[in-house]
Design a protein around this ligand. Structure first.
Ligand code: ADP
Ligand code: ZN
Ligand code: ZN
Length: 749
C-alpha cells in the first residue's frame, strides 16, 4: 500500500444519508478537490459520489478502505462554498443531502457524460444531372437528403438531418458509403448559440447616461462591492425606473475586476427582454462569456453550460432559480431580479427559495447580493427596516414618464345596473373601443385560471369538481370538456346538472376563453389573441404570439398574470384587470401582498412608449388596501401597512412558517397519523414553537390522496426542522402516509 495515499470522504449519490471513506490512488491526487465528482465502489456496485473532504479521518483501518475508481471530471463540479451551501439547505429545508446535491448538479453531469462531439455532414462529391436523375429514380430518399445537404451553405448536424428533416439513417449511411457526402466531427457550439430564446430578443444597444437616482444606487452597490464582504441591497424602483441599468452597471464592475456574476430571473421565457439586454451589453466584452440556462436547453447544452462555468470559461450565468447553484468561479456578485416572485420557490424537494439561497450563498462567499423589484416582498422589506439590507430607491420613471391613469370600476354597481353577471364593464368596453379606433394596443389580464372558470348549476348551486381532487374543474369551451388542472382528469361537460338534473348548468367566472369571446362580441373586427398556460406550454407558440403582438399584428392580448411581468410593448396604452379580487379571497396571509404586486406589475405594462397609458381595474372591493395603494403606486405605504398587519398577527416574516403535509389514499389513516405526529411534536417542541392543526388542507384531496397539514410557527427554523426530522425517524411510519415539509411555503393550498 502506498503510504502517500490519502483518505477522502465521499457523499455517494446512491441513496445513503452519510459519507463514506475511500483511499485516493496517488495517480488521482492532482485531479481531486472537494466538490469533485468521482466513481466509487459500493458493495458490489459502482456509483457516483461527491468528494467532501480530502484528508479525512476514518475509523476503519486503511486496508479495509476501498479505492476511488476514477475521477469523472478533472475539475471540481462544486466549490467548497457550494458544499457548505448544500449543508445549509439540508438543515434549513429538511431535505436529504442527496436530494440537495442532485438539485445542484444537473443530471447529465452526474451521469458523467462529457461534452460530446457532434457529427456534421457536407457534400463530398458534386453529382451531375445524370447522376442525380439516377439517384432519384433508384433511391428517392437518398436523393432528397443529398439535395437538402447540397443546398445548405454550412455543414449540417447529423442529428438535425435525421430528426427535423426526417431523413432515415439508412439513407444517410448509404450516401456516406457511396462517398456522396462526408462527415466531420466537431464540438458543437451549443452554449453560445443554442439559446435562440435570448437571441431572438437581442436588443439594440443604446448608450445610456444614468440619472441621479440610478447613479446613487450604483455607487452604493459599488461601495459594498469594494469592501469585499457580504452585503445585501434591495433596489426598489417603480416599473420603468431603470433597475436593469443599475444591475448592468454593477455587473460590469464585477467583470472588470475579473469576477463572475449570477443573474437570476423568475423565468427565462417570460423575461426575454431582460435576458436580451444583458447579452447585448456584455457582447462588447470580448473575453466575457455568458451562459443562459433555461428549461428549453437540451441535456447536452445544460452540461456544456455547467462545465464552462466550472472550468471558469464562462463568467456570467443568467437563469431561473436553479442557476443560483451555478459553479461560477471567483464569484463577485449575485443579482435577483423580481425578487418578490413566487416562482423562485421550488415546489418539490428540496423546497428551496432561490432568493433566500442567493442571499445565503452571497453570505458564504463574502460577496454582494442585489435584490430588485418594483414591489418588494414583505420579507425583504422587513430586512431593510431591520438594517440588514441596504435600500436603494428609484422613485422616478426614466424620462419622467407619467404614471398611467388608474380607473377603478366598482363591479357591484355594474351588476346592479345591468342585472346580470358582467365580464367587461361599460367603461372598459368604451376604452377598448377607443384604443382600437386609434390603432393602439390593449392587454386584458385575468387574475387566475382554473377556479374562475368552473361549471355552476344555477338551480342548486352544484359545482362540478374533480373526482380525484377536491377542486372545481375548468371548463374548456373549444372541446366542450371539463379538465382538472391538478391531475389532468378530463370529462365531457355535462348538459344537465348531475345533482338536480336541471339544464341550467353553466360555466361561471372568467377564464381567458370567456373574456376572449366577450371582447370578440364588442370588437368584432379586432385581432384578438389569448395567452394562458396552455399556450405557454408550447414555447414557440408563446414567442410567436409575443412577436406578433410587438409587430402590431394583434390588437388585444388576453392573458393570465403570467404575462404581467417584464414585458415591454411601447404601443400598449390600455391595460385592463378583469377581476382584481380573486387573489384577495384566497385564505392566504399573502393575499394582500399578491394582489398589490399583481396590480402594480400589470399597470406597469401600460404606456411604456411615448403614449400615455391607462389602467382599468374591475373589482367588487374597490376600497381594499391593495387596490387603493396600487392606484397611487404607493409601494412605500403599502409595505408599511402590510408589515404592521403581519406583525399584529405574528405572521411571517415575524416568525417562520413551516408547513407539514401528510397525505395518503386512506383518509382516516392520514388524519390519525397526523394527530399522532402533532401530539409528539407539541411535547417535543415546547413553548417556543406555535403548532396549529392538524387540519385538512385547503385542497383536501389531490390525485386521490387525502391531505392534512400541521403549521409550525417558529423563530428558529433549523432547530425546529431538526426536531421534526428526529420525530420522523423515531415514529413508526405507515407505508401509505407520505409526509412533506415545506419551510417558508409560498402556497398554502
Ligand atoms: P425597470 O427594470 O426598472 O422596469 P428598465 O431598466 O427596463 O426599467 O428601463 C426602462 C427603459 O428605460 C429601458 O428601455 C432602458 O433602456 C431605459 N433607460 C434606463 N435608464 C435610462 C437612462 N438613464 N436614460 C435613458 N434611458 C434609460
Ligand atoms: Zn343542480
Ligand atoms: Zn383532479
Amino acid at each position: 500500500m502506498d503510504p502517500n495515499e490519502r483518505i477522502v470522504s465521499v457523499w455517494p449519490l446512491a441513496g445513503f444519508e452519510k459519507t463514506l471513506h475511500y483511499r485516493l490512488p496517488q495517480s488521482m491526487a492532482d485531479s481531486v478537490w472537494p466538490g469533485s465528482l468521482v466513481r466509487i465502489p459500493i458493495g458490489r456496485r459502482f456509483a457516483q459520489g461527491v468528494v467532501f473532504e480530502l484528508d479525512s479521518q476514518s475509523d476503519l483501518p486503511l486496508n479495509r478502505l476501498k479505492l476511488v475508481s476514477h475521477v469523472v471530471y478533472p475539475f471540481p463540479l462544486l466549490t467548497g462554498d457550494l458544499l457548505r451551501l448544500a449543508d445549509w439547505l439540508r438543515c434549513y429545508y429538511g431535505a436529504s443531502t442527496e436530494s440537495v446535491l442532485e438539485t445542484m448538479i444537473p443530471s447529465v453531469a452526474r451521469q458523467g457524460k462529457s461534452s460530446k462531439k457532434e457529427k456534421y455532414a457536407k457534400v463530398a462529391k458534386q453529382l451531375d444531372g445524370d447522376e442525380l436523375a439516377k439517384l432519384e429514380s433508384r433511391a428517392p430518399k437518398q436523393h432528397a437528403l443529398y439535395q437538402f445537404i447540397a443546398q445548405q451553405f454550412l455543414p449540417q448536424k447529423k442529428a438535425t438531418l435525421l430528426s427535423r428533416i426526417g431523413a432515415t439513417s439508412s439513407a444517410y449511411k448509404a450516401l456516406l458509403t457511396k462517398g456522396f457526402i462526408e462527415e466531420e466531427s466537431r464540438i458543437s457550439k451549443r452554449v453560445a448559440y443554442a439559446d435562440e430564446l435570448a437571441e431572438a430578443e437581442f436588443v439594440e444597444e443604446k448608450r445610456i447616461v444614468l440619472n441621479e437616482e440610478q447613479r446613487q444606487a450604483v455607487e452604493s452597490i459599488s461601495n459594498s462591492m469594494s469592501k469585499q464582504a457580504f452585503a445585501a441591497h434591495l433596489v426598489q424602483g417603480v416599473t420603468g425606473s431603470g433597475k436593469t441599468e443599475v444591475y448592468l452597471a454593477a455587473m460590469e464592475k464585477a467583470l472588470k475586476e475579473g469576477r463572475s456574476v449570477l443573474f437570476l430571473v423568475p423565468e427565462v421565457a417570460l423575461t426575454p427582454q431582460t435576458v436580451g439586454r444583458i447579452r447585448s451589453r456584455l457582447s462588447q466584452y470580448k473575453d466575457v462569456s455568458t451562459v443562459v440556462v433555461h428549461s428549453g436547453l437540451s441535456e447536452g447544452e445544460r452540461l456544456d453550460a455547467w462545465i464552462s462555468l466550472a472550468k471558469g470559461e464562462a463568467q456570467v450565468v443568467v437563469g431561473a432559480r436553479s442557476a443560483v447553484f451555478a459553479p461560477a468561479r471567483s464569484l463577485g456578485l449575485i443579482i435577483v431580479d423580481e425578487e418578490h416572485e413566487p416562482a423562485y420557490k421550488q415546489d418539490e424537494t428540496p423546497r428551496y427559495h432561490g432568493r433566500d439561497v442567493a442571499i445565503y450563498r452571497a453570505f458564504l462567499e463574502g460577496v454582494v447580493c442585489v435584490l430588485g423589484s418594483a414591489t418588494p416582498s414583505i420579507e425583504s422589506y422587513r430586512n431593510v427596516t431591520r438594517g440588514k439590507y441596504i435600500q436603494n430607491l428609484l422613485t422616478k420613471r426614466v424620462d419622467d414618464r407619467a404614471l398611467p391613469v388608474f380607473h377603478i370600476v366598482d363591479m357591484r354597481a355594474e351588476v346592479m345596473r345591468t342585472r346580470k353577471p358582467v365580464q367587461l364593464s361599460a367603461p372598459l368596453v368604451e376604452k377598448l373601443q377607443d384604443r382600437f379606433d386609434a390603432g393602439e394596443q390593449s392587454i386584458l389580464f385575468i387574475n387566475r385560471r382554473g377556479y374562475s372558470s368552473s361549471m355552476l348549476c344555477q338551480e342548486c348551486g352544484h359545482v362540478e369538481e374533480c373526482n380525484h381532487c377536491s377542486v372545481p374543474m375548468t371548463y374548456h369551451r373549444s372541446d366542450e370538456t371539463l379538465k382538472c388542472h391538478l391531475c389532468g382528469h378530463e370529462v365531457a361537460a355535462p348538459l344537465r346538472c348531475p345533482e338536480c338534473q336541471s339544464p341550467k348548468i353553466r360555466w361561471k367566472g372568467m377564464g381567458t376563453q370567456r373574456i376572449e369571446d366577450a371582447v370578440k362580441r364588442v370588437l368584432p373586427r379586432a385581432r384578438i389573441q389569448r395567452i394562458d398556460s396552455d399556450t405557454m406550454s408550447r414555447k414557440h407558440l408563446f414567442r410567436e404570439i409575443l412577436g406578433d403582438f410587438r409587430l402590431g399584428k394583434i390588437d388585444v392580448l388576453v392573458g393570465t398574470q403570467m404575462i404581467a411581468k417584464g414585458l415591454d410593448f411601447p404601443n400598449v396604452t390600455l391595460v385592463g384587470m378583469v377581476d382584481a379580487d380573486l387573489s384577495l379571497h384566497i385564505a392566504d396571509f399573502r393575499a394582500n401582498e399578491r394582489t398589490f404586486q399583481l396590480l402594480v406589475q400589470v399597470s406597469g405594462r401600460a404606456g411604456r412608449g411615448d403614449l400615455a397609458g391607462e389602467v382599468i381595474v374591475q373589482t367588487f372591493t374597490p376600497h381594499a388596501d391593495p387596490i387603493q395603494f396600487a392606484r397611487k403606486e404607493d409601494v412605500g405605504h403599502f409595505l408599511e401597512v402590510e408589515l404592521e398587519s403581519r406583525k399584529t398577527r405574528n405572521y411571517p416574516p415575524f416568525r417562520h412558517l413551516i408547513r407539514q403535509i401528510f397525505r395518503g389514499p386512506n383518509e382516516d389513516k392520514v388524519s390519525f397519523f397526523a394527530e399522532q405526529f402533532a401530539k409528539r411534536a407539541s411535547s417535543a417542541l415546547g413553548e417556543t414553537v406555535e403548532l396549529r392543526g392538524p387540519a385538512p388542507c385547503a385542497i383536501e384531496k389531490m390525485k386521490d390522496h387525502y391531505r392534512f397539514q400541521i403549521w409550525y410557527f417558529s423563530g428558529m427554523v433549523s432547530q425546529t426542522v431538526a426536531m421534526l426530522k428526529k420525530i420522523e425517524s423515531e415514529i413508526g411510519w405507515p407505508k401509505d402516509v407520505i409526509q412533506v415539509l415545506d419551510v417558508d411555503p409560498m402556497t398554502l393550498s
